[in-house]
Design a protein around this ligand. Structure first.
Ligand SMILES: [Ca+2]
Ligand SMILES: [Ca+2]
Length: 318
């Protein structure tokens, strides 16, 4: 719009000055002056256009920057400093249930919201309770697998909106620790979804699950989650640009299958007798293997420091 305005202004100036010239010489001079104005104005408009190009490039850079894993923080370091009252029934090793109470302004309207929850402890199956979370008059029932200490946290997943979320910790069915995330909008309570306890969060509505994070340094991700409506949606992130580069592996238990080429199909095996302890060192990442519609990041075609190529994969739990 700015561009069009300056052109119109230049055209008016050009016409206006030409028409007002008295003698031939004066008219010519005027034309030279007005041509200069036109040229200058056009060049300014072009500069402005250039600025637009630069600004769209900046937006792209910001997007790349935004997914830079080093800008994300572990979820456990992102909680707001607030403690709920937790009352346990049963003993510490064999908890039956937890009653959790507190208040916090979750929808940022200046009024504290009354929060209460009943959670079934990991030894509380016989008690026949239905776990729930209640904020003011809004109540939601949900399923838990293995609640060990009644931990509920306050977290701001997206600093740009006026919601503060609640995170209920659950050890999961077989060592799959995660937080169930709830949002209160002033009227209703929603379960947005679950975030594994090893996830990284941006504070701007995005989080990266541990299952979509690389095993090397510098780290990268194959997908992230963000809130759409009232749920977490996974977004795929292109990892092509990370191929052909050298990464640092900090050492650990891995599965390595020597091969010269990235296989068409690969089935990871979990025979721990065949796992090896790979010492710390550099790894050249040649390719990444994904199953269809699955962005879990754990199967890499690599070249090791000794020049040996093969599929390197990691244990991701059962
Ligand atoms: Ca409130
Ligand atoms: Ca927020």
């Amino acid at each position: 719009m700015k561009f069009i305005k300056v052109i119109c202004f230049a055209a008016c100036m050009f016409t206006g000055i030409s028409m007002s010239g008295c003698g031939m010489q004066a008219a010519q001079n005027d034309e030279i002056v007005s041509e200069n104005i036109l040229t200058e104005t056009l060049s300014r408009a072009k500069e402005a256009e250039g600025e637009l190009e630069v600004s769209s490039q900046t937006q792209q850079d910001e997007m790349i920057d935004e997914m830079d894993i080093s800008h994300f923080k572990p979820i456990r370091e992102s909680f707001i400093d607030y403690s709920f009252n937790v009352k346990r029934s049963g003993n510490k090793e064999e908890p039956l249930s937890f009653v959790v109470t507190g208040s916090y302004d979750l929808n940022q309207d200046g009024k504290d919201d009354v929060i209460s929850s009943l959670l079934q402890g990991s030894f509380g199956a016989a008690e026949e309770i239905t776990p729930y979370l209640q904020v003011n008059d809004a109540k939601i029932e949900f399923y838990t697998d293995n609640v060990i200490d009644g931990e509920i946290r306050v977290i701001d997943l997206d600093q740009r909106d006026s919601f503060i979320e609640l995170a209920v910790f659950d050890e999961g069915p077989s060592a799959d620790p995660h937080y169930k995330i709830f949002r209160y909008d002033g009227e209703q309570l929603y379960k947005l979804g679950e975030i594994d306890s090893g996830a990284l969060i941006s504070g701007k509505g995005k989080f990266i699950s541990n299952f979509n994070r690389s095993h090397f340094e510098p780290g990268f991700c194959s997908a992230w989650y963000e809130i759409e409506g009232h749920e977490f949606i996974q977004k795929s992130y292109d990892t092509e640009k990370y191929l052909g580069k050298i990464y640092r592996f900090n050492g650990g238990q891995v599965f390595f299958t020597p091969m010269e080429e990235m296989p068409e199909t690969f089935l990871p095996t979990w025979d721990f007798e065949k796992s090896i302890e790979l010492p710390p060192g550099d790894i050249k990442l040649l390719d990444i293997y994904y199953f269809q519609n699955d962005r879990t990041l754990y199967m890499y075609f690599v070249e090791l420091q000794n020049g040996e190529k093969g599929m390197l994969h990691f244990w991701i739990g059962d």
